[in-house]
Design a protein around this ligand. Structure first.
Ligand SMILES: [Zn+2]
Length: 68
């Protein structure tokens, strides 16, 4: 059985099975996404374009999940 433990986010005491609780999992993920986009914009605009194209291709490949 997996053990519940406190969310790794500072100041959060929500118990979770993963590193962060659902709320902070989404928050951390969003932060990483924006960080990556920020770095890509400075580093190489083409890389950001490629990432966007890949995301669009992924959405196009799964129309069921995109419509909900
Ligand atoms: Zn949390």
């Amino acid at each position: 059985m997996p053990m519940l433990h406190g969310c790794a986010f500072p100041g959060c005491s929500t118990f979770t099975l993963s590193t962060y609780c659902v709320e902070h999992e989404l928050l951390v993920r969003a932060l990483k996404e924006s960080e990556r986009a920020h770095v890509a914009a400075h580093d190489d605009v083409a890389a950001a374009d490629a990432a966007l194209t890949a995301d669009t291709a992924l959405i196009a490949a799964t129309p069921e999940s995109a419509t909900t």
